[in-house]
Design a protein around this ligand. Structure first.
Ligand code: TLP
Length: 337
């Protein structure tokens, strides 16, 4: 039986072209800024996304946490959307490293209400002062949903009035861009820093980039080194990252179409899927016992993740065969009995 892995787009493996590029990559010591392949990747990312500089790091967790370190002081609050990855899935790093606490705002479909954000900003002797506002696009736990550009701009405006920086966790920024039919730089516009991941739907084996203004670069490089992210001859990885950045975005529309097909099929089987949330490469379904459902489905050769007691997530990606949905649905039907 062929195993179909819908757990995450992080499971994608480097393509043969990536492996060839990795084998032949020109390298140097990146901590001295002497790795030509990393330098090329950083320059390309900065150019594509309209920023002064990009800094290559091992993971999206590191790019997010370095951004927090660069923007905030200990004891401050960071305004985050409910369910944001930067808080939920980055093992308490926010408290442990930057020493900041989250102030949650509700965000149906990943979209916060700017007035709620305005109200969440604190600047009084009685409350922790706000240091940063962080958005996520696409918003993972909201369903892989797209935050519209106007909604981003509304929050940026509130931040600007309050003199606060805004960070975007754009781990799947190109999924948002493809769904909106715009260039990546339009999704990245107006933020002080943006994190993007090459290792998800774009298909690189490893790597994320933090997009920064020139004046933050040296501090960001220092924090990267402090956290153990000075990777020396990282060009062997960046070589795959270059292909991911150049060729990955155009391939994402297929993943999105596959997610829509899967969502429709799951609904036809009687599963509870909010179709309005199926906007990119994720499908969340409500089930009575998520762990049990995921385990039963794994036994049938379909891997998914339980993302709540009664919520499972399917993620589509480039390593799934074209007929993955056709093959998966009868197995889901079998598990549903
Ligand atoms: N997300 C992973 C898990 O950690 C949940 C996944 O399978 O979706 N921001 C967002 C929005 C993410 O979804 C992720 C990874 C990250 C940051 C962290 O990236 P890495 O795994 O490179 O540290």
């Amino acid at each position: 039986m062929r195993v179909l892995d819908f757990r995450s787009d992080t499971v994608t493996r480097p393509s043969p072209a990536m492996r060839r590029a990795m084998a032949g990559a020109e390298v140097g010591d990146d901590v001295y800024r002497e790795d030509p392949t990393v330098n090329r990747l950083e320059a390309l990312a900065a150019e594509m996304l309209g920023f002064d500089r990009a800094v290559y790091m091992p993971s999206g967790t590191m790019t997010n946490q370095v951004a927090l370190l660069a923007h905030t002081r200990r004891g401050q609050e960071v305004i985050v959307t409910r369910g944001a990855h930067i808080y939920e899935f980055e093992p308490g790093a926010m408290a442990n490293l930057a020493g900041v606490s989250p102030r949650f705002v509700s965000a149906p479909y990943g979209v916060p209400d700017p007035e709620e954000v305005r109200f969440a900003i604190h600047d009084s002797p009685h409350q922790a002062p706000t240091g940063l506002i962080a958005l996520e696009n696409t918003h993972n736990t909201a369903g892989g949903t797209v935050v519209p550009l106007e909604a981003q701009r509304a929050v940026q405006e509130v931040a600007r009035e309050a003199g606060l920086p805004v960070h975007l966790d754009g781990a799947r920024l190109f999924n948002a861009a493809v769904a909106l039919g715009v260039e990546g730089r339009e999704v990245a516009a107006g933020f002080d820093t943006v994190s993007i991941c090459l290792s998800k739907g774009l298909g690189a084996p490893v790597g994320s980039l933090l997009l920064v203004p020139a004046e933050l670069e040296s501090e960001v490089r220092r924090y990267r080194k402090m956290l153990g992210g000075g990777m020396r001859q990282a060009g062997v990885l960046a070589a795959a990252g270059l292909i991911a950045l150049q060729e990955g975005p155009a391939a994402l529309a297929r993943d999105h179409a596959m997610a829509r097909e899967l969502a429709g099929g799951l609904v036809d089987l009687g599963l509870d899927v909010d179709l309005r949330s199926v906007q990119t490469n994720m499908v969340f379904a409500a089930v009575p016992d998520a762990r049990r459902f995921a385990a039963d489905l794994a036994a049938a050769g379909v891997l998914i993740n339980a993302l709540g007691p009664a919520r499972v997530r399917f993620v589509t990606h480039r390593d799934l065969p074209d007929d993955a949905v056709t093959e998966a649905l009868p197995r889901v039907e079998h598990v549903l009995g």
